[in-house]
Unconditional design. Structure first.
Length: 395
């Protein structure tokens, strides 16, 4: 094994690695023995020089993302075995070669023990996002492994890392096809069809993590008046219409999102009179809709991406949910979510509790929701459970 730059941790800071946590924060580092650049493979040792792990170095609060707790150099075979393990998990979940659903997450970063890498599948296209320079530098190995494992199941691989690589890094990513090329695509989720815009859309093109929650909503939607806030491409709106909702209104501040929602409604329910979409600010729309809806979905973008914004985020969730509680019909159902990683389940629930109390409504919890099984959470990395949701009955 070639000599790697060693990063020596302060005394006691090795404890997280002994619990197999995949991150080392910059404050845990005592010294660096040698030169190191962002993206380099480095060796982590304790204060006495004992080997602990290998990982990708990066500039920032998270200084090292751990790849292995064994002393070895990760090469192509290492990455192929990781991607094959992720593939086998999705196969066990019934997501491989599924006639009704060909939208799923193949690689979920730390949840699949590949920190810094996301791979989403839309029909025959794999969309990859690297969140670290280390992963970006080995993208050729990742591409080869994807093609070897997935075979003829995919005809294109699109790299959408420009938005996700560290903004202070010297290397700047460029979005584009690593394999194959663009084709107009409709992908399927539980039989519903969606136009996916992975080139210009948010994230990798679709919010896959709400798949099972959309099915649950479909079961509650029959004959209800549904409001889908922050609708983006209309996933919850399609589910509500499929569940025979009486009417569905979709709201998003982005006109492009509204156009995409209307396109997806047309694909699935051509000529329907049960749906309308509005390009408006959420709080403005919620200001005066009293008794118009008996099922409301609140799925906002992340209110906090860092701990420094946590308090403001919690106030934002409280304000948003209070508006919904004040406006929803008696006997109504509220689906409410947070996708902010730094907001814990407990903090989110407390914000919603405060909102309910301020609105003076009686509220019962029907379901506590999270991300689906193709977004697994490593038991050693609880931060990976970023999606929190509650289904509430309001009287």
């Amino acid at each position: 094994m070639k000599e790697l730059t060693k990063i020596i941790l302060k005394s006691t800071k090795e404890k997280s690695l002994l619990r197999f946590h995949p991150w080392i924060f910059s404050g845990a580092i005592k010294s660096i023995a040698g030169n190191v650049s962002e993206g380099d493979l480095v060796e982590l040792t304790d204060n006495n020089g004992k080997f602990l792990a290998l990982g990708h170095y990066q500039i920032g609060s998270i200084a090292v993302r751990v790849l292995s707790f064994e002393k070895m150099i990760p090469g192509y075979d290492f990455w192929r075995s990781k991607i094959e393990a992720a593939f086998n998990l999705r196969k066990a979940l019934g997501l491989i070669d599924n006639a009704e659903t060909d939208i799923f997450r193949l690689v979920n970063a730390e949840g699949d023990f590949m920190p810094g890498l996301i791979v989403d599948i839309y029909g025959g296209t794999a969309v990859v996002q690297m969140h670290s320079i280390g992963m970006y530098l080995i993208k050729d190995q990742i591409l080869k492994a994807l093609l070897d494992v997935l075979g003829n199941r995919i005809t294109a691989v699109y790299d959408k890392s420009a938005e996700t690589l560290p903004f202070k890094a010297a290397i700047k990513g460029e979005n584009g096809y690593l394999f194959g090329n663009h084709s107009d695509l409709e992908a399927r989720e539980h039989g519903n069809r969606y136009a996916i815009d992975w080139e210009e859309g948010q994230k990798t093109g679709f919010f896959i993590d709400q798949r099972e929650n959309r099915i649950l909503l479909q079961q509650y939607a029959c004959s209800r008046s549904v409001l889908n806030m922050f609708c983006y491409s209309g996933g919850f709106s399609i589910a509500a219409l499929r569940g025979n909702a009486r009417l569905v209104h979709s709201v998003d501040s982005s006109k492009k999102a509204i156009e995409l929602t209307e396109k997806n409604v047309s694909i699935n329910f051509s000529g329907t009179n049960s749906h309308q979409a509005f390009a408006m600010d959420a709080f403005e729309y919620l200001a005066d809709i009293k008794d118009s809806y008996d099922l409301i979905i609140l799925d906002p973008p992340a209110f906090a991406k860092h701990n420094s914004a946590l308090n403001n985020a919690l106030q934002g969730y409280k304000k948003l949910n209070q508006k919904a509680f004040e406006q929803i019909q008696t006997g109504g159902i509220l689906f409410t979510f947070s996708c902010s990683q730094v907001v814990t389940k407990e903090n989110f629930r407390k914000s919603v509790f405060a909102a309910a109390a301020n609105a003076k409504r009686k509220v019962s919890i029907l379901h506590q929701l999270s991300q689906p099984a193709d977004h697994p959470v490593s038991i050693y990395h609880p931060e990976g459970e970023y999606l929190k949701g509650l289904v509430l009955y309001v009287t």
